[in-house]
Design a protein around this ligand. Structure first.
Ligand code: GDP
Ligand code: MG
Length: 662
């Protein structure tokens, strides 16, 4: 016997009920009703949507084994039945014992509710089925719910599922078997499901597909009850079949005889009672395992036991879900209802954005973006600066070995003037300097442009991040970030261009390094001329310059200007180092200064100015909530309400259950 059986101390509850066509309901039903109602409420609250499974009796069986007939017998109403495929969608049947003069039947599907009666329920189900699964022979997984309130029915909720067919009949899709199997498995897989396996007495149970399926999810059979139908058709050997239990049915077997043909429900019960009472073979089967009333009683008890067993788990799950939803709701930004609140929120966003930017742009703290290398700005900017320095030092203008003395000689020739020949004319130096600075002038501008482009992505992303819950602020934030950077960039470019122009205009340094370097270089003059002119070497090495190629034709062409040219070259080489260093240091300091201003001064001003401008829409815009946040808040609020209701529903049942002990 299965674990869902009633306690041995309350054996009276297990007695087969009066088999006359009288109400199946007993006092036991009166006690189980509130529990069932509560579970029904949970079901109606759609708590399964929250990932909480409810105990359900799932009716499975091969096609035409008598599933619908069994439900019909339990409910005392006519369901569509017969040969071929009749049940094409899951039918959730809720039976409620109710002292009504006339039964009440309500069909619910896809959000619609249809009232019906016993005469028309069959047609109503067929119509609804056609609506859900088409008028061919296809099936669908959208359930129909049939509420039956009737005097004398057992309080049960069961799901009737399409029967298993191996071979598609004409008009059925090829994969009908898999479709049906998927639906059945979905319903019987949860541990909370009780499997009511409907077996026809006319077949060998071991060959039943439904047995095979239920065994894959319930190996020990602990949550499987078997109903053997058509006892009237195959009485021979039935006793042996239900007592041998070859197929592991943990909750036992109940043999029944359903309504045949045009019999009324009452007539069917009378016939059934007579059959098991008087048939020479069937009467030998123990009365505690025959007849629809016994089946009803067992199902009610199993259902109650299952619900009681599962409730603590449900309570736990509801609590978990509730607290996670509550904390998620907590994390959502507050709804802003006044200009004061909006102002505070805006200041908070600006404050947070400033703090983030201060960390990543000025201090080099990356705790907010541990894994996003792109946001490690101090490091990235230094990398760019190093690259810029390498580019400057590696460019043609910085290569002193190239066309050795050529430019110097050309410039000197053009700078000829009346005067002593051994003075190096200042104009020649300046011309050469201007020429070289012009050559590199695009590099500082390119560098500053690149840095600000990078900073734009960073600043915009930080602003967007801190305003993510305020969609009204997003476009404004993006815009103010972009326009702020554009201004900063423009200013920087102007500044850098000025620095470049200054280098062209004046040759000056107070750095003693210049003289040290120049003296070192010019000291090689005698040795250079000796090697180049006397020894006629065409390649030689100059310290501080590198290996140079000597153009003898050039040296021959300008014999008088050679010393001046060499002197000019050495001055320029020494001075160029100073120029490059200034171009790097100055710009680095300027950049740092600008970033500092951006974070500490300009950002807040710009964000506020944009929001208050005509396209910003004013501070009131903050009072509108983002549709996605609103939807999420809505969803969470509804879910929390549902869970709270469920919780109180469950709490009342728990109280009732604990009082059953008395
Ligand atoms: P389902 O496909 O599993 O839902 O099976 P149905 O409930 O539609 O029944 C298939 C056929 O078997 C119908 O013609 C029923 O009348 C018949 N049937 C069901 N139960 C019994 C029974 O206990 N005795 C007899 N003789 N026929 C039954
Ligand atoms: Mg059926």
């Amino acid at each position: 016997m299965g674990k869902y059986y009633c306690n041995s101390d309350s054996s009276d509850r297990c007695e087969p009920l009066d088999v006359k066509p009288s109400p199946i309901a007993s006092s036991y039903n009166e006690r189980i009703r509130p529990v069932l109602d509560a579970v029904e409420n949970l079901r109606r609250l759609n708590i399964t949507k929250e990932g909480i499974q409810l105990p359900t009796i799932v009716v499975v069986g091969d096609q035409s084994s008598g599933k619908s007939s069994v439900l019909e017998s339990l409910a005392g109403i006519s369901l569509p039945r017969g040969q071929g495929i009749c049940t094409r969608v899951p039918l959730i049947m809720r039976l409620q014992n109710h002292p009504l003069p006339k039964p009440e039947l309500v069909l619910e599907f896809d959000g619609t509710t249809v009232s019906t009666d016993e005469e028309n329920v069959s047609d109503a189900i067929n119509t609804a089925t056609e609506e859900l699964a088409g008028n061919a022979k296809g099936i669908s997984n959208t359930p129909l719910t049939l509420l039956v309130k009737k005097n004398g029915v057992p309080d049960l909720t069961m799901v009737d599922l399409p029967g298993i067919t191996r071979v598609p009949v004409h008009g059925q899709p090829e994969d009908i078997y898999d479709q049906i199997k998927d639906i059945i498995m979905e319903y019987i897989r949860p541990e909370e499901s009780i499997i009511l396996n409907v077996l026809s007495a006319t077949v060998d149970f071991a060959t039943c597909e439904s047995i095979r399926m239920s065994q894959t999810v319930d190996k020990t059979g602990d949550r499987t009850l078997a109903v053997v139908t058509k006892a009237d058709k195959a009485p021979e050997g039935l006793l042996e079949k239900v007592t041998a239990d070859d197929v592991n049915i943990g909750l036992g077997y109940v043999s029944v005889r359903n309504r045949i043909g045009d019999e009324s429900y009452e007539e069917a019960r009378e016939e059934e009672a007579r059959l098991f009472e008087s048939h020479p073979l069937l009467s030998k089967i123990d009365k505690s395992i025959v007849g629809v009333p016994v089946l009803a009683q067992k199902l009610v008890q199993i259902q109650a036991a299952s619900i009681s067993k599962i409730l603590p788990e449900i309570v736990k799950k509801i609590n978990e879900k509730l607290s996670s939803n509550l904390s998620e709701l907590e994390k959502l930004p507050k709804v802003l209802t006044s200009v004061e609140e909006a102002m505070t929120a805006l200041m908070q966003i600006i404050g947070l954005a400033k703090e983030s930017l201060r960390k990543i742009l000025l201090v080099g703290e990356f705790d907010e973006y541990p894994d996003e290398k792109q946001m490690h700005c101090t490091a990235r900017v230094v990398e760019m600066l190093n690259q810029y320095s390498n580019d400057l030092n590696g460019c043609t203008e910085s290569d002193s070995t190239k066309d050795f003395l050529m430019d110097e000689l050309k410039v000197l020739e053009e700078a000829k003037l009346i005067g002593l020949p051994n003075f190096t004319p200042h104009t020649a130096f300046l011309t050469l300097l201007k020429y070289k600075v012009n050559g590199i002038s695009s590099m500082p501008v390119g560098f500053i442009d690149k840095v600000w482009n990078y900073l734009e992505t960073v600043v915009v992303s930080v602003l967007m991040h801190h305003s993510e819950h305020y969609h009204q602020l997003q476009s404004s934030s993006r815009r103010s970030g972009q326009s702020l950077i554009a201004k900063m960039k423009e200013n920087s470019i102007k500044h850098v261009k000025e620095i470049v122009e200054m280098e062209k205009l004046t040759d000056y340094t107070c750095s003693p390094e210049y003289m040290v370097e120049y003296n070192k270089l010019i000291a090689q003059q005698t040795s250079f001329f000796y090697q180049a002119l006397e020894k006629q070497l065409s390649r030689l090495n100059l310290e501080g310059i590198g290996e140079i190629e000597v153009s003898h034709s050039l040296l021959r062409k300008y014999p008088l200007m050679l010393e001046q040219a060499f002197d000019l070259k050495m001055r320029m080489t020494a001075y160029w180092k100073i120029v490059l260093r200034r171009l790097i240091d100055n710009i680095a300091l300027h950049l740092q200064f600008s970033i500092n201003n951006l974070v500490n001064k300009d950002l807040a001003k710009e964000v506020v100015a944009d929001l208050l401008s005509s396209h910003g829409g004013g501070i009131e815009r903050l009072l509108e909530e983002s549709p996605s946040v609103a939807a999420k808040r809505d969803m969470l609020t509804r879910s929390i309400k549902l869970l709270r209701e469920s919780k109180s529903v469950v709490a009342t049942i728990m109280d009732k259950i604990s009082s059953y002990g008395d």
